[in-house]
Ligand binder design. Structure first.
Ligand SMILES: C[S@@+](CC[C@H](N)C(=O)[O-])C[C@H]1O[C@@H](n2cnc3c(N)ncnc32)[C@H](O)[C@@H]1O
Length: 305
């Protein structure tokens, strides 16, 4: 089961009140959304996930919790309406009109159950297909990218998506190309073997994890989508609307910070978190002890002016 990160803090920051239109862009196991529904007495919750399984499970939960189904993806109980959307969150502007929402939450990455269910996401699962697609509608798998991309594109993937240095990125890209001449990439073990070869006795779990992260970001086009999402979210937020985003690695964080900084400069938004120049909050030590996935998370937030 997926444990939601910074749950209490996020609910407090959302300052939920009657009439709110709240978008949870990353439903996952529904941890944040279920807690939002506990506090929302009158209003509208719109949830997104590109993984159909997450949407199906949440709809089952809604029905078990006495929400009545009005039509496909539309549920209601008392003064609360819920809409479920199985789509990429970068399409938020198709479903929510300009200034149509006043709270938006994005908890980036994958949920714990996806790590076991979606092949190739975890380097810990041996001989699993190198798929790594988080969305049911995506066409290109991780193995396809490793089998097709040229040296320069692979180097960029390792450098930009997982902070490997210039020499490491070059060596990894070269090893990918050498390996596929003999045998095309198919499984997690194929990919792990070249990572181990490049790093020799310096290999460790963090290196495997970063190399798999780079491929996941590439397959799901995560950085471009994150930038689109932030631009469009700012448009669909009403004045004084709140945007919260949980990042899990430096690549996501850099994109989020650069976007908010640019909007602050233009006078469009203000940061709402962090006491000093940090501008983010992190989970407490006790939360990290209970939920290891929380350890690298940072919550950023802004309010629209
Ligand atoms: C970290 S989990 C969310 C966990 C959730 N907040 C909870 O507490 O259970 C991230 C979810 O976002 C979804 N997701 C990731 N990228 C997405 C995108 N571009 N569009 C829609 N959903 C996405 C994933 O499928 C995953 O279910």
């Amino acid at each position: 089961m997926h444990t939601p990160v910074l749950l209490k803090e996020i609910i407090a920051l959302l300052k939920i009140r009657d009439g709110d239109v709240i978008c949870d862009l990353t439903l996952g196991g529904g941890g944040h959304s279920k807690e939002i529904l506990n506090s929302l007495k009158k209003g509208y919750l719109i949830v997104f996930d590109q993984d159909k399984r997450a949407i199906d499970e949440f709809e089952d939960w809604l029905e078990k919790n006495k929400f009545s189904k009005k039509s496909k993806g539309e549920f209601a109980k008392g003064g609360v309406k819920v809409k479920t959307i199985c789509d990429n969150f970068e399409n938020i502007d198709i479903y929510v009109k300009k200034a149509g929402a006043n709270k938006i939450l994005a908890d980036l990455g994958w949920s714990s159950d996806q790590l076991e269910r979606i092949e190739g996401l975890s380097y810990l699962i041996s001989n699993s297909k190198l798929d790594l697609r988080l969305g049911s509608n995506l066409g290109v798998k991780g193995s396809d990218l490793l089998n097709i991309w040229d040296q320069k594109t692979l180097e960029r993937m390792f450098g930009e998506y997982a902070d490997f240095n210039f020499f490491e990125s070059k060596a990894l890209a070269k090893a990918v190309i050498e390996k596929r001449k003999a045998k095309m990439f198919e499984t997690t073990d194929d990919y792990k073997s070249i990572i181990s070869k490049v790093f020799g006795n310096k290999i460790n779990n963090s290196i495997f994890s970063r190399a798999f992260q780079a491929l996941r970001i590439a397959v799901n086009n995560e950085f471009n989508i994150l930038i689109n999402l932030m631009k469009k979210s700012t448009e669909v937020l009403a004045k004084d609307g709140i945007f919260l985003v949980l990042t899990f690695h430096s690549g996501e964080e850099k994109k989020v910070k650069a976007f908010i900084d640019s909007q602050v400069k233009k006078g469009k938004v203000d940061y709402i978190l962090g006491k000093n120049k940090d501008k983010f909050i992190r989970p407490s030590l006790s939360e990290v002890k209970q939920n290891i996935r929380a350890r690298s998370s940072k919550l950023y937030g802004f309010v629209k002016k």
